[in-house]
Design a protein around this ligand. Structure first.
Ligand code: CO8
Length: 263
């Protein structure tokens, strides 16, 4: 366990899963500058476990909020003081998106504004049935400034994005599920169990292939089909040379249902 000022990080060597907990519960884990920096530092700390490992140690990450809320957005008292050009908050969203390991946002309670943008920058969103998600920036005379409209337009569709961002209404987890903003919804302890199982499933897959899929899927949201197909091809070919490919092919030929991938 590593404690940063506003984030706690944990790494499980056995399962290869890392965990980050946003830890400013008194402010519903609102994104202060410190918390944004700690989030990036926490991911870097998790990734540092690859340094002395045989293969790739870190293979999946779960991000959640302390004490029953994911995150109530950017810290209003902090950014309201800032002038245009001083809002430095973009970096952690890009860092999450480009991080070479799948990241699952486990969402309980409020997940609003920059909190929902953070969750949408992650690769997956697993929500508790009581979660409340929304983009309330409009009521502050703002818009989601870190890509929230872009993200939600791609997960759901542009008309849904307009509805959610123009009304600022909070969505229930079930409604967010219907709109494809979250991947799965669970009650109570089932959320912990399902998120843990999913993270461990991803962590047991060949890590280089998983990284290539994350990267290619991100590219797919930005380019046309032909360019995207050439990109997939470029990511595919080097994987043919990997030990994990040989291990996967061996396991298939021998009906071994428990192959060991190392990355
Ligand atoms: N920032 C700072 N503090 C917050 C925030 C926040 N976003 N949200 C809640 N808090 C604090 C409250 O001030 C309160 O503190 P205190 O106890 O010291 O008074 C504590 O958390 C508990 O909150 P409430 O008492 O309000 O709890 P309720 O259960 O009554 O209400 C809500 C919960 C509905 C979540 C309510 O707190 C709320 O509406 N919060 C604000 C939500 C919001 O508008 N979020 C969007 C912020 S804007 C944004 O995210 C992006 C802006 C773009 C920035 C660009 C930078 C790069």
């Amino acid at each position: 366990m590593e404690e940063f000022e506003t984030v706690e990080a944990e790494f499980d060597e056995e399962t290869h899963v890392g965990r980050l907990t946003l830890n400013r519960p008194d402010a519903l884990n609102a994104l202060s500058d410190q918390l944004r920096q700690d989030l990036v530092a926490g991911l870097q700390w998790l990734e540092s476990h690859n340094e002395d490992a045989d293969g790739i140690a870190l293979r999946a990450v779960v991000v959640e909020g302390a004490e029953g809320n994911f995150c109530a957005g950017a810290d209003i008292s902090e950014f309201s003081e800032a002038s245009p050009g001083e809002t430095s908050g973009q970096h952690h969203y890009e860092f999450i998106q480009e991080f070479p390991v799948p990241i699952i946002a486990k969402i309980r309670g409020y997940c609003l504004g920059g909190g929902l943008e953070t969750a949408m920058a992650c690769d997956f969103r697993f929500a508790h049935s009581d979660a409340r998600l929304g983009l309330p920036e409009v009521d502050l005379g703002l818009i989601p400034g870190a890509g929230g409209v872009q993200f939600i337009s791609r997960l759901a569709n542009p008309s849904v994005a307009k509805e959610v961002a123009m009304t600022g209404d909070h969505l229930s987890a079930d409604r967010a599920d219907e709109l494809d903003i979250v991947n799965r919804v669970y009650d109570d302890a089932d959320l912990d169990e399902a998120t843990r199982e999913f993270a461990e499933t991803l962590a047991a897959k060949p890590p280089l292939a998983v990284q290539a899929i994350k990267d290619a899927a991100n590219v797919a949201t930005q380019v046309g089909l032909n360019e995207g197909r050439s990109y997939d091809r470029r990511r595919f070919e080097p994987l043919l040379e990997t030990e994990d490919h040989q291990e996967g092919a061996r396991a298939f030929a021998e009906d071994d249902y428990d192959p060991e991938f190392r990355g």
